[in-house]
Design a protein around this ligand. Structure first.
Ligand SMILES: Nc1nc2c(c(=O)[nH]1)N[C@H]1C(S)=C(S)[C@@H](COP(=O)(O)OP(=O)(O)OC[C@H]3O[C@@H](n4cnc5c(=O)[nH]c(N)nc54)[C@H](O)[C@@H]3O)O[C@H]1N2
Ligand SMILES: Nc1nc2c(c(=O)[nH]1)N[C@H]1C(S)=C(S)[C@@H](COP(=O)(O)OP(=O)(O)OC[C@H]3O[C@@H](n4cnc5c(=O)[nH]c(N)nc54)[C@H](O)[C@@H]3O)O[C@H]1N2
Ligand SMILES: [Mo]
Length: 784
């Protein structure tokens, strides 16, 4: 289990990189440490086998950079400026793929306009790289095909994180590297199954499968779960017992649903189902009134299952919020240090969960391939599998039957209905997911097929993912979209050179047919091989299917068919599209302009706490957000409150360690892994350390703008320049110099404890995702 910090998915896969890439840009990822086997190995193989060039763009000279043909150092938070600099040179020299731009994109002219401003001089001024480096890189990258790029958390963990991800996709689009073997955007995901967790939208702003929050979507899921929509939505009518009593409604018993009320005259009061919830980054604002929350009631219970919490920014606020809660529940194989962070002595429940080795089911890898995982041993001691904890919860609170009903459903003759009295875990859960999350084309990813793939590992080619023998014609793990049970999966997204039956697809038609008078559909020349529909077409709905496919539906088909391709349990839309050789989600233009975002085209904006006060006025951050994910967020008011860099002159970014992961509890309870890094530290350039009289190996304080501090060991390192430091985030158990050892329940203290870097992680969040600005804060060192 994991949370979902990465952003996006790989368009291609690692085998494809090994086999086909000629150029690789690693920007904001340190795969030699974070994914040595899954990721780095393939980059090195591509170097060996294809003579592919590896370029690393990173503020820190990392172990990945040590293997690169070219390393470019930029200041944290300036990737947009850097990529615009590359685009500037691309457009200036006519290196763009004019055909792709003309036939498959929208609003590239606006990107071109913005890029025109980013001359090599300005890029060098803002990012800190040299003009020569920029020109050399742009020339090499634009003229070597296919080129692929990799990013990870160095790109997303910024107040401009979502814009960062967009500008990189735009670069690939403009160069015609999308939908190509050896090209694409390869976003390397973090945890085991973090892709699966994202697909299931373990997030506060969407339902599984990226559907978003809307009544039509709730209806779709209610149908798939076999529950009545009208009854179901009443569960969202949240109010206090008092309010309900005041309305004269009866309150009795301990059944949870008794505490919900439904006020017919006040429907607004219960439309919470379509409101974003709190995000993991900012839940504490739901507890702390002074943090300005817009929810109608304060958060009183925190349920933690599969995330560390000490890995989140603003530890001091989190500590405060933990103290105020009525109850904290931690479902864990280890002792999650959230349980000892505050000094509360009561109201903490630690429920023992078992590990992945004691459970079975499917998960999704970083390239969208599913993997079936077999149980190694049954849960030991009194621990339970995660779903059993949830089942026990549902039973206790009276909604177990509804909770598990989705697993008993099936489609018979085009109609979804309950087909059995009991369910088989985990197969029926996998099949429920396949049935319901049609939006990513999950329909063909059934338990039976995934089990078969596991049994046939030896029959798949690791470089093409193609199967042979019993799995002939299928790609390993049925990477989504896998439109139906006959579909082979999609190893490379947006590949228009393949027919539909081999995983071909254009860009998705998701944002309407026309914008500003311009068609959003692909040009007439963009047709999948063998497709009956020529050129661009809209996403297929019940309304347009006859017209687009040139077919006539029977009355029975019409009666069974759902409203659109992503909400059609009958499978008829998928079947008709298969017959026509087209992809059901449409054939559209990739838009480079997201008109509903604060920045329709990506713009460089200085980090909330910028070391370049001189650039803040020219490249200010966003306006403050009054309400998003139920809370307010400061941007410009925080950025311009003062010149933070005067008092806090040093930039701080995160460092991952091979031997520790996440909040670090798992590895710090291992004697051998702990020994490698026995204490918390930061990498500091000797020149910077000398300024403060801090010796190699001695202790120092790191102070943050919010008034917090941590005491850690100084380790001299030339990997960082004298204007910045980097530090791991995998420790907890010491808080602002105070040792919390006494708070660990007996026998649960890990072998090593230390300060969490997130005590000093600065304030700052992305306006779309609310990811913290882990990688661009400011600090001040002091000899301890
Ligand atoms: N400063 C800074 N902070 C960061 C980052 C950074 O780069 N810098 N990175 C961010 C990122 S990308 C991430 S993903 C997060 C990671 O941080 P966390 O989300 O805290 O990740 P883990 O420490 O892996 O936490 C997983 C928890 O789940 C428990 N667990 C393991 N398996 C199971 C299971 O099967 N069931 C249950 N119920 N529990 C289980 C583990 O014991 C552990 O306590 O940190 C974020 N925080
Ligand atoms: N051993 C180990 N492996 C892990 C993890 C772990 O904790 N330990 N965590 C897992 C998880 S959850 C994740 S999400 C992945 C993360 O995988 P990565 O993102 O590859 O790991 P990071 O070390 O955070 O690498 C981010 C890189 O971005 C750089 N960077 C920082 N700011 C910027 C910037 O503004 N621009 C650019 N271009 N670069 C910048 C940093 O210096 C760093 O080298 O790793 C996974 N793998
Ligand atoms: Mo992550």
């Amino acid at each position: 289990m994991a949370n979902t910090w990465g952003y996006g998915a790989m368009t291609n896969h690692f085998g494809d990189v090994t086999k086909n890439a000629k150029m690789m840009l690693v920007i904001g990822a340190n795969s030699a440490v974070a994914n040595p086997v899954g990721g780095m190995k393939h980059m090195l193989q591509a170097k060996d086998r294809n003579n592919a060039k590896l370029v690393v763009v990173d503020p820190v000279f990392t172990r990945t950079a040590a293997k690169a043909d070219m390393y470019i150092r930029i200041r944290p938070g300036t990737d947009i400026a850097f990529i615009y600099g590359v685009l500037h040179l691309i457009f200036k020299n006519g290196w763009e793929d004019k055909e792709v731009i003309k036939t498959q994109t929208y609003a590239v002219e606006e990107i071109k306009e913005e890029a025109a401003k980013w001359t090599p001089e300005e890029v060098a001024n803002v990012t800190g790289c040299t003009q020569e480096e920029l020109i050399k890189f742009a020339t090499m990258y634009a003229n070597t095909k296919p080129a692929t790029l990799f990013w990870s958390l160095g790109i997303t963990q910024h107040s401009v994180g979502s814009s960062n991800t967009r500008i990189l996709s735009i670069l690939q689009l403009v160069l015609g590297n999308m939908g190509k073997e050896g090209g694409g955007c390869n976003i390397i995901r973090g945890h085991d199954n973090v892709q699966g967790a994202t697909d299931m939208n373990c997030l506060a702003d969407s339902l599984p499968g990226y559907y978003g929050l809307a009544d039509g979507v709730w209806k779709h899921f209610c149908q798939g779960w076999g529950v009545e929509y009208d009854k179901f939505i009443k569960r969202f009518a949240v109010s206090t017992k008092e309010k309900r009593e005041k309305l004269g409604q009866k309150v009795e018993g301990t059944n949870f649903s008794e505490y919900f009320y439904h006020d017919e005259k006040n429907p607004e009061d219960r439309n919470w189902r379509n409101e974003k919830g709190y995000s993991l980054s900012k839940w504490y604002q739901g507890v702390l009134k002074e943090e300005n929350t817009f929810s109608s009631g304060n958060l009183r219970v925190l349920w933690v299952q599969g995330t560390g919490i000490t890995s989140m920014a603003q530890q001091i606020k989190i500590q405060e919020a933990l103290t105020k809660l009525d109850m904290l529940v931690v479902v864990e194989p280890f002792l999650n240090e959230v349980a000892i962070l505050s000094d509360r002595t009561d109201g903490i429940y630690v429920l023992p969960a078992c590990t992945q080795f004691e459970s079975e089911g499917h998960l999704s890898a970083t390239n969208r391939s599913a993997q079936w995982r077999t149980k190694v041993i049954n849960p030991i001691y009194e621990s339970k599998e995660d779903q059993d904890v949830m089942f026990a919860f549902a039973k206790k609170f009276g909604f177990y039957d509804e909770y598990v009903k989705g697993m008993k459903m099936g489609v018979v003759d085009g109609v979804i209905k309950q087909v059995k009295d009991d369910f088989k875990w985990p197969d029926d859960a996998t099949d429920e997911i396949a049935r319901t999350t049609q939006s990513i084309g999950d329909n063909g990813r059934t338990a039976a097929r995934l089990r078969k793939h596991q049994e046939n590992w030896h029959n798949f080619d690791p470089e093409t993912l193609m199967g042979r023998g019993p799995v002939e014609g299928e790609y390993y793990g049925l990477p989504w979209p896998c439109w139906d049970e006959e579909h082979p999966g999609t190893p490379i997204l947006y590949d228009i050179s393949k027919p539909y039956v081999k995983g071909g697809m254009g860009f998705r038609n998701r944002f309407g047919l026309v914008h500003n008078g311009v068609s959003q559909l692909a040009d007439d020349s963009i047709t999948l091989p063998g497709a009956k529909v020529k050129g661009g077409y809209a996403q297929i709905t019940k309304e347009n299917i006859e017209k687009i496919l040139g077919i006539t539906l029977t009355e029975e088909e019409k009666a069974k068919m759902g409203p659109s391709w992503s909400m059609d349990y009958s499978g008829i839309i998928a079947k008709k599209c298969r017959e026509a050789g087209i992809c059901p989600y449409g054939n559209a233009r990739a838009r480079t302009k997201v008109w509903e975002f604060l920045d329709p085209i990506p713009k460089h904006r200085e980090p909330i706490h910028s070391p370049r006060w001189d650039l803040v006025a020219k490249y200010p951050t966003f306006g403050d957000q009054a309400k998003n994910f139920r809370v307010s967020t400061k941007y410009i008011s925080e950025q311009t409150e003062q010149d933070w860099s005067k008092e806090f002159p040093t930039v701080m970014s995160s460092l991952r360690l091979v031997n520790l992961s996440g909040a670090g509890m798992i590895e710090r309870t291992s004697k051998y892994l702990s020994e490698i890094t026995p204490e918390m530290f930061a990498h500091v350039n000797p020149k910077l350390a000398a300024k403060y009289g801090i010796r190699d190996g001695s202790m120092m304080w790191i102070h943050a703008p919010q008034g917090t501090k941590i005491k850690v060991k100084c380790i001299y390192s030339e990997s960082v320049t004298p204007d910045r430091i980097c530090l791991p985030y995998n420790f907890a158990g010491i808080f602002q110099g105070e040792d919390l050892s006494a708070r660990y329940p007996q026998d649960t203290k890990p072998y090593t404890i230390g300060e969490s870097s997130n005590t000093v992680t600065n304030y700052g969040f992305d306006p779309v995702t609310q990811i913290s600005e882990f990688n661009a804060g400011l600090c001040r060192l002091e000899k301890a």
